[in-house]
Design a protein. Structure first.
Length: 213
């Protein structure tokens, strides 16, 4: 079961909170990338290492997910494909494809904005669901042209470092509330728009605007 779920996790080129810059990518070689761009500011563009770990509790249980992404009605609920326990260790390294880019000179990216605690191993429980979803950043904003996605990746806590692990959270990070991002979507599926309202549109709250620091 874990092998099949890991394959699904890695199959997506990226899982997005916002296709314009906030996403997470898992590779089959146990590496990955975490991106956080908002209003042209790159706060995080980092490689990470990941692995599956044994659950500390009942393997049959469903993890408690934040209420803002778990309140879809039963009639319009996504299909739970499975659940994984992961350990993710964020690094200070830029992804190879941007290692020689202008990001190398950034004064705010990765360790420039994050404390050493952000780069320690952290454990997460994630769920992979199939259904009819929109980008989480668009929830609460009416737009008939929203892209639809067939899969959702839910974290029990955000893969972005918590507020306490930012050197100066005021400004851009505080405005974007990146540490609240727990929901990511994958596999664009335009035909899902014909099925009506997206399953995650019932989620509470809207998009926290980013603020240029």
């Amino acid at each position: 079961m874990n092998e099949a779920l890991c394959s699904m996790l890695c199959r997506e080129d990226r899982w997005c909170f916002d296709t314009e810059g906030r996403s997470i990518k898992f590779n089959s070689d146990s590496t990955g990338e975490l991106w956080c761009r908002c209003n042209f500011n790159y706060w995080i563009a980092a490689d990470f290492e990941w692995k599956t770990i044994e659950s500390s509790g009942d393997l049959s249980r469903n993890a408690e997910m934040p209420s803002q992404v778990a309140n879809a009605t039963q009639k319009n609920s996504p299909e739970l494909l499975g659940q994984l326990d992961l350990e993710i260790t964020l690094s200070k390294r830029l992804p190879n494809r941007v290692e020689t880019s202008i990001l190398k000179k950034s004064t705010i990216i990765n360790e420039k904005s994050l404390t050493d605690d952000a780069f320690q191993p952290k454990s997460y429980t994630v769920r992979i669901e199939r259904g009819n979803f929109v980008e989480p950043c668009t929830i609460g904003y009416p737009n008939s042209d929203k892209s639809r996605y067939a899969f959702r990746l839910l974290f029990d806590k955000s893969p972005y470092p918590p507020r306490s692990e930012w050197r100066a959270p005021e400004g851009g990070p505080e405005g974007g509330q990146f540490w609240d991002h727990v929901e990511f979507v994958g596999q664009v599926s335009p035909d899902l728009a014909k099925q009506g309202r997206a399953m995650n549109e019932a989620s509470a709250g809207g998009w926290s605007e980013c603020v240029v620091s």
